[in-house]
Design a binder for this molecule. Structure first.
Ligand SMILES: *Cc1c(COP(=O)(O)O)cnc(C)c1O
Length: 392
């Protein structure tokens, strides 16, 4: 069978089958070693330049295996893993920016990225502008002569707005601006930004890729050139992934397709079941026909993903009580794992926004974010139904 003809979920389970050898372990081993021995000094010099067996901050075979798997799934030439999603994001941005540069960020981005852009980048002399992620004209106007990067995230947290990747990539390319996207919420099974011309695809692999809430990690997928440039900074900044985490990540990736498939189905079923129900003012989910960018989502995404946000009737207090009444959803940050989690964005991920900023991004007090796991869909629906129905 030709590898290129295999489906993504098959390739996720057979990440390194091109290097067939007999008697090799089926599960890629953990190279739990900080350093690697060379035959002699000349070989050591060569290893430093071009191998994953020199020193683990420079590379490690277990990290290479997971990088290969990520690149295959994103359909890019290359990939690089990091110790966390934030390490992937900050190392990548630092690799492409210097004093006097300008970056355009979409307004709705992950909280840690928001703080990095608002508080840290200006300290290094980098100017930052903010645009609405659906406002293409605004993006075009925000690009200046010194703009180096257009930074995106899709779908957004927690209101699941979708960025038109083809259109944005074209705008940026015509102005010589690099595009980076945080694609954590999409996963390559729902959207592959590289196929739309986005230059660098970032992930918190802590979420769907890992899938079991037991590791922290990040990844960048892109051309060899981009990945090599960022890697040279990673070696200095030091936010590398631990080989243990890389092993767990490889294991998680093998079931990514199956998990996302279940999460897509549950997401759509739950969104449909609670739209228009008593106690629910609004449901946010890309594949609902009421979603403002439903058509774009249908065109660009294979599925809506495992996050559904419900804006409830009533106050913040009522939303808190609803969350506390859920039994199958852990009250915890994060998403993309096998177990369902729930949060009140107003009190957690978006607490640091001003009331105006929250209003602008549609985060009302009574918004509840459900991050679905792989439990039975009907059980999840029953749990939500019961928590809604129980009177305060
Ligand atoms: C969690 C998350 C991050 C940060 O990743 P860590 O692995 O926690 O550092 C970045 N972006 C998005 C969209 C996330 O959900």
């Amino acid at each position: 069978m030709k590898r290129d003809e295999l489906h993504m979920s098959t390739r996720a389970v057979h990440p390194e089958s091109h290097q067939r050898r007999t008697n090799r372990p089926v599960a890629f081993p953990i190279y739990l070693s900080a350093t690697f021995e060379a035959a002699d000094v000349d070989e050591q010099i060569r290893l430093e330049e071009e191998s994953d067996t020199f020193y683990t901050r420079y590379g490690n075979p277990t990290l290479s295996a997971v990088e290969q798997a990520v690149a295959r799934l994103e359909g890019t030439e290359s990939a690089l893993v990091f110790g966390s999603g934030m390490s992937a994001i900050t190392t990548t941005l630092l690799a492409f920016l210097e004093k006097g540069d300008h970056v355009v960020f979409q307004r709705e981005i992950y909280g840690g990225t928001f703080r990095f852009a608002r508080e840290l980048l200006p300290r290094f002399g980098v100017e930052v502008s903010w645009v609405d992620c659906t406002d293409l004209d605004g993006m075009q106007r925000a690009i200046r002569d010194n703009t180096r990067v257009l930074y995106l995230e899709s779908p957004t947290n927690p209101t699941l707005r979708v960025v038109d990747l083809d259109a944005v990539a074209e705008v940026a390319r015509s102005r010589g601006v690099k595009t980076l996207i945080d694609s954590t919420f999409a996963t390559p099974f729902n959207s592959r930004p590289g196929d739309h011309g986005i230059d660098g695809v970032l992930h918190s692999t802590t979420k769907y890729f890992g899938g079991h809430s037991d590791l922290l990690g990040g990844a960048l997928a892109g051309s060899r050139e981009i990945v090599e440039q960022v890697k040279s900074y990673l070696k200095v900044l030091g936010g590398v992934m631990d080989p243990h985490a890389a092993y767990l990540l490889l294991r998680g990736i093998k079931t990514l397709g199956v998990r996302v498939d279940r999460q897509n189905r549950s997401g759509l079923a739950i969104a449909q079941a609670f739209e228009g129900q008593v106690g629910v003012r609004r449901v946010f989910y890309p594949m609902l026909s009421s979603h403002p960018q439903h058509e774009l989502a249908e065109r660009q995404m294979q599925g809506g993903g495992g996050v559904v946000s419900l804006e409830l009737e009533g106050t913040l207090e009522a939303a808190k009580r609803f969350v506390n009444r859920l039994q199958l959803f852990h009250v915890a940050p994060s998403l993309g794992g096998v177990e369902s989690l729930v949060s009140n964005p107003r009190l957690t991920s978006h607490a640091m926004l001003s009331p105006e900023e929250r209003e602008q991004t549609g985060i009302r007090d009574s918004l509840v974010r459900l991050a679905l796991g792989i439990e039975d869909t009907d059980d999840l629906i029953a749990d939500i139904k019961r928590a809604l129905a129980e009177s305060d």
